[in-house]
Each structure stands twice: as structure tokens, then as C-alpha cells.
Ligand binder design. Structure first.
Ligand SMILES: O=C(O)CCC(=O)C(=O)O
Ligand SMILES: [Fe+2]
Length: 340
């Protein structure tokens, strides 16, 4: 079992985590002066005009960045801080306690591993992670750990709250697109909800390593809590933007399926995680996923003579296969589904 979090502090970076010079993150341009969108959802207490404004902000951010943060979203601070805390506590547990969850079997509803599922390269990523199904809760709760104490209760509460926020956001996005507000409410978003709980221990030399490779998310939409430690970067033009943590905010980004359904109007943007030497970082990505047999295609309502379909129709499970085959590379996976 090869977990970074089982070691005491590393003094040097082991060879297998060192990227070749041409692939190191330090070569890239970081765009410090770009204003990353932050959208105030005003706790849901807005009038019709207020909603119009919020929808406008989401569409603008979605078209330009494929990413935005939401604040004042209605999820209690305690729900988020409890969740971040039990996740941290999980990774701090003794190796023997964690060993029972370690697995390469992706069909398991709860597994612990390190680096990445899509790792086809030589170099390992500086990341341990939990990959789990979090909804429907009653179908999966028995697979969740009983330790740390409260893990199950805290994860249940967090799941319900984040799913509710995702439904609200999907309604706003549908309205912004001029679609029925429940457009995404059916098979597009009712596959089993998953979470990646990512844990990046302090790294003695962040210039040599990477936390998580550049990728676009494979599903519909992601809601990410990243605590107070920075590390997430989103692709923007020729460089990358640091998505600076805002306490209790969620970072929202669109997955491939939202880009395809909107025929490219809303962007699914590459992102990655970098490491730091000072402090462990834990991020929790909740993944809203279509049903396995869901038919995906550009929405007919959005197509016309000037906007012909850019992607073919497919079943979501075909996409998942192609995504793995392409090792999560944005361009390679889209090649399978683009209409020429
Ligand atoms: O750790 C992060 O901020 C990024 C995580 C991520 O992109 C993912 O889990 O898909
Ligand atoms: Fe991601």
C-alpha cells in the first residue's frame, strides 16, 4: 500500500514523484492579475431581478472560464468545516486502519488509493485520495468507514446539502441557456453521485512534483470545497489561474457533458493541482453524474443553421470508456465524439 499520508514528513522528494524538467509546473505562466469570477448567491433570498442577475453572472463565467466560485450559497459553514475535518482525520489515521480501504478496484463504492486512477505515465502524483459513491446514501453507507467517529453522519449531511446546491445551480444554468429549468434534472444528473476526496501532504520541493494532472471532469458538473489552502489551478488562455480559496465557498466547474450538451457554449476547462511545502491540503470534489445509460447529445433547442451540432450522440457509458482510454486527456477524449 503506497500512501503518502502513511509517512512522517518527507525530507526529500522520492525519485518516482519527480517530473522531467519539461513537464514541471514551474515552466508555466501563472496569470496573477485575472479576476476569477465569484458569484454571490445571496443565500437564495432574491427577487426575480436578483435571479436574472445571478443567471447572467453564471453564464458569463461559464462561457469565459468554465469555472466560478459561489459564496452565500446557503450551505451552513459547519457542514463544510465538519466535512473537511473528518476527511483530514481519515488521512491521519494509522496505516493499519486505512489498509482495509486500499484498492484498485474502481467498481467499489469506497476506495482509498494514491496518485491517480488515470495514471498511465511514469511519474506518480503527490496525492492520496478517497473515491466514493455518496448517493443514494442508503445504498452505500455501509461501505463507508465507521472511523473517524461521525464520518458517516457528516458525509451524509454534506452530501444532501451539496446535492441540493447542485440542483439549484443546474436550474439556474438551464434558465440561462433558455431551456426548461428542469432540463438537467432527469437522467443527466441522477446517476450515482461520487466524490473525490483529495489529500496532498506537504511536499519538500513543489517545483519537482504535481498534485493532480491537468484534466477536464468527465461528468456534468463539479462542486469543490478546497478549505483554506491553495493548490487548484484552472487553464486560462496561454497560462493558468490560481483559484484562491475563499472560506466556505464552492468552486464550480463544468464537466465534459455540460460542454457537449451546450454544443460548446459552456466550457469544460482543464484544471490541475499543485503542491506546497508548508501544509497539507484536502479538497472535496462532488461529482454530479449522468445515469450510465443516459443519451447525451447537443440540446436540440440550442441548435440551428448557424450552430450545427459539434458532437455526435452517445451513451454516457461510452464516454467513460473513452475517457479512461484517453487517460483523461481533453483533446484525445473529445476526438471520439466530435463531428468532423
Ligand atoms: O484538488 C483540487 O483542487 C482538484 C481536484 C479535482 O480536480 C478533481 O477531483 O477532479
Ligand atoms: Fe477535476
Amino acid at each position: 500500500m503506497e500512501l503518502l499520508s502513511n509517512q512522517p514528513m518527507y525530507q526529500t522528494v522520492p525519485e518516482k514523484y519527480i517530473f522531467p524538467p519539461e513537464k514541471r509546473v514551474v515552466n508555466d505562466i501563472i496569470l496573477h492579475s485575472v479576476n476569477f469570477p465569484v458569484i454571490d448567491l445571496r443565500g437564495g433570498r432574491v427577487d426575480a431581478e436578483g435571479w436574472c442577475e445571478i443567471i447572467g453572472e453564471i453564464m458569463k463565467a461559464g462561457k469565459e472560464f468554465g469555472f466560478f466560485q459561489v459564496i452565500n450559497h446557503g450551505i451552513p459553514e459547519k457542514t463544510i468545516s465538519d466535512m473537511l475535518q473528518v476527511c483530514d482525520e481519515f488521512f491521519k489515521m494509522p496505516a493499519e486502519e486505512k489498509a482495509q480501504y486500499y484498492s484498485d478496484d474502481l467498481s467499489k463504492p469506497f476506495l482509498l488509493n494514491s496518485s491517480t486512477t488515470y495514471d498511465k505515465g511514469e511519474t506518480r502524483y503527490w496525492r492520496d485520495y478517497l473515491r466514493l459513491v455518496c448517493y443514494p446514501i442508503e445504498e452505500v453507507i455501509d461501505a463507508w468507514p465507521e472511523k473517524p467517529e461521525n464520518f458517516r453522519a457528516v458525509l451524509s449531511e454534506y452530501t444532501l446539502q451539496v446535492r441540493e446546491l447542485s440542483s439549484k445551480l443546474l436550474k439556474l444554468i438551464a434558465q440561462g441557456l433558455g431551456l426548461d429549468k428542469d432540463y438537467f434534472g432527469g437522467d443527466f444528473s441522477t446517476g450515482k453521485t461520487q466524490m473525490n476526496i483529495n489529500h496532498y501532504p506537504p511536499c519538500p520541493d513543489p517545483s519537482l512534483t504535481m498534485g493532480l494532472m491537468p484534466h477536464c471532469d468527465r461528468h456534468l458538473i463539479t462542486l469543490l470545497a478546497q478549505g483554506t489552502v491553495s493548490g487548484l489551478q484552472a487553464r486560462y488562455m496561454e497560462g493558468w489561474i490560481n483559484v484562491e480559496p475563499i472560506p466556505n465557498a464552492f468552486v464550480i466547474n463544468f464537466g465534459h457533458q455540460l460542454e457537449i450538451i451546450t454544443n460548446g457554449l459552456l466550457k469544460s476547462v482543464e484544471h490541475r493541482a499543485v503542491t506546497n511545502s508548508a501544509i497539507a491540503r484536502t479538497s472535496i470534489a462532488t461529482l454530479i453524474i449522468p445515469k450510465t445509460d443516459c443519451l447525451i447529445a447537443p440540446a436540440k433547442e440550442l441548435l440551428n443553421e448557424n450552430n450545427p451540432p459539434k458532437y455526435k450522440e452517445f451513451i454516457f457509458s461510452e464516454f467513460i470508456k473513452a475517457y479512461s482510454a484517453a487517460s483523461a486527456s481533453r483533446e484525445d477524449v473529445l476526438e471520439f465524439f466530435k463531428l468532423s
